[in-house]
Design a protein around this ligand. Structure first.
Ligand SMILES: Nc1ncnc2c1ncn2[C@@H]1O[C@H](COP(=O)(O)OP(=O)(O)OP(=O)(O)O)[C@@H](O)[C@H]1O
Ligand SMILES: CC(=O)N[C@H]1[C@@H]2OC[C@@H](O2)[C@@H](O)[C@@H]1O[C@H](C)C(=O)O
Length: 386
């Protein structure tokens, strides 16, 4: 088994999550320390600016280069901290880093009302683009370890959606749990993994982005109260969801489109503006966005081959009671944080990039027809250093 350090900088742009995991890319052995290093407000602001600039940004842009260096330094700090903790707790080092980087642009191939092979064939005619920034060579040098990175672009080049990537790890973790099961990650964007029973004729794994999750709510909280997010859902719980705005938002064609499908952090910005969310009070706006997040998940469930026995929720959204209540109201099966089955809902994505790094090093597939829509299971990612 390899001793990996997985690193994830998510769409919330709040910081880097890091985790130590022992794995051969298939089985998961010991789970070690985890840490989140927040970004300072200037880096957060600059990364947010990069999202807006990304479509026209050249790879050698000096502002980009400066952001990448600061981002990579923070990742190197996270690696150093995890190594200290792993040494203190069980006298272990590390063999390999999984470095997701920061997505600043995600324009996957067009989604279609057909699926899998048809989607991939169409996509080859209209190539997509996905861009994760971070300097893997610098990180390998600073940490003196091999680094697996660029996990998404080979899949997009082959006509896949390039996301989500974590589902194969959800499936490995859930091996002994009753199926069908839905694992829901609520970060800036939401994504779901449906894991079937594996009985004849049933797809084993279906995964896709559900819709916006905390991203619009964070933007709303920042604009209306100045805080980075709606802590404990207090703003949303004090308001009422607006039925008319929700009705307009739920008409978005993404929700009807068949999986596989994935989103950019900003994909719903225009729809949110056009739906008139801006005119709501801070409380009602937050309640509407929390409910919208949950209704997107309910819409996602309509694409499952069979209803799940339960929903296990990870990511920061599980800490928002307004979202969790709206989910419980909108879904038929019980909705619980992943901690009920012993997983760490804050570190799961970072842990997954450790496992994915091991898969890259061993040449195992990281994307699948049911997760990104590629025609056949595909290897991906690149390795540097060591
Ligand atoms: N106590 C809390 N109350 C309400 N919301 C919370 C709380 N804690 C975290 N969050 C929400 O969770 C978000 C962070 O979630 P997470 O770290 O899972 O996102 P991410 O990993 O950046 O995103 P993604 O999974 O889309 O890449 C915060 O921006 C905030 O909206
Ligand atoms: C392009 C990109 O970075 N997508 C992220 C994002 O954040 C959540 C959702 O959108 C998910 O599809 C994906 O992340 C997780 C880690 C994944 O690939 O499984």
């Amino acid at each position: 088994m390899l001793r990996t350090i997985g690193l994830m900088s998510g769409t919330s742009l709040d910081g880097v999550d890091a985790a130590w995991v022992e794995t051969d890319g298939e089985a998961i052995g010991r789970i070690g320390p985890t840490v989140t290093l927040p970004y300072d407000p200037a880096l957060r602001r600059d990364l947010r600016r990069l999202l807006d600039l990304a479509p026209d940004l050249l790879p050698d842009d000096p502002f980009l280069a400066d952001c990448v260096r600061r981002l990579t330094d923070r990742h190197a700090d996270a690696v150093a901290r995890i190594r200290e903790l792993a040494w203190e707790s069980f006298r272990e080092g590390a063999d390999l880093i999984g470095f997701h980087g920061q997505t600043i642009l995600h324009r996957p191939p067009p989604i279609r009302p057909g699926r899998n092979a048809a989607t991939a064939a169409e996509a080859l005619r209209a190539p997509g683009r996905t861009w994760q920034v971070g300097d893997a060579t610098l990180l390998a040098r600073l940490s003196n370890l091999p680094v697996a990175y660029d996990f998404r672009s080979a899949d997009v080049a082959a006509g896949g959606q390039g996301a989500p990537l974590v589902p194969v790890v959800h499936a490995a973790l859930a091996a002994a749990l009753p199926k069908p099961l839905a694992v829901l990650n609520l970060g800036g964007v939401g994504n779901v993994t449906w894991i079937g029973t594996g009985e004849a004729g049933e797809a084993p794994l279906i995964a896709f982005d559900t819709g916006p999750a905390n991203g619009p709510l964070d933007d709303w909280a920042r604009k209306s109260t100045g805080s980075d997010y709606d802590r404990d859902g207090l703003l949303a719980l004090a308001g009422e969801a607006d039925g008319a705005v929700l009705g307009r938002l739920m008409a978005h064609p993404y929700l009807e489109a068949l999986p596989p499908k994935s989103l950019d952090r900003l994909d719903f910005s225009r729809a949110l503006q056009e739906a008139g969310a801006d005119r709501l009070s801070p409380q009602d706006g937050a309640a509407t966005l929390a409910t919208f997040c949950a209704l997107c998940v309910a819409a996602a469930a309509r694409h499952f081959p069979a209803p799940p026995l339960q929903w296990l929720v990870c990511g920061g959204g599980r800490r928002n009671p307004a979202i969790m209540r709206a989910l419980a109201a909108a879904l038929e099966a019980p909705v619980r944080p992943v901690e009920v089955v012993g997983w760490n809902g804050d570190a799961l994505e970072a842990q997954a990039f450790g496992v994915l790094a091991a898969r890259v090093q061993r040449g195992l597939p990281i994307t699948f027809p049911g997760t990104t829509g590629v025609a056949a299971p595909m290897t991906g990612g690149r390795l540097v250093g060591g």
